[in-house]
Design a protein around this ligand. Sequence first.
Ligand SMILES: [Zn+2]
Length: 130
Amino acid sequence: MKYQCPVCFYDGLPYPPADYHICLCCGTEFGNDDADFSHAQLREMWIESGARWFFREPPVEWNPWVQLVKAGMLEVIPDSQTRVIIDAAFASIGEDADYQKQEVLIAEEFSRTDWEALVISERELAGVEG
Ligand SMILES: [Zn+2]
């Protein structure tokens, strides 16, 4: 059984987020860090420090922003990162002159559904089922 971190939403924790276990992803120590700060505050601090993987090497294909989008936390993602991910999603049509003109428009209109589609296509690319 895997557990999800309530701070960063990493869902591969081998133990419940309690009893002084530490999240492999964001480094939150449950029962200690979250006694002093709310999960939302800890999340904010993790994102502000760059949303880095905490313990050793991150899993292959791990991406903190995709993880947050999947958890429905689109609003916590910094604009700079939103642009990076959108650019990556549209890289295949990056040569298109119309795309250059519409770049800003696309960024503004990139809806939640688009994010979900992007996450699904990334999972397909990674060969992950379900
Ligand atoms: Zn975490």
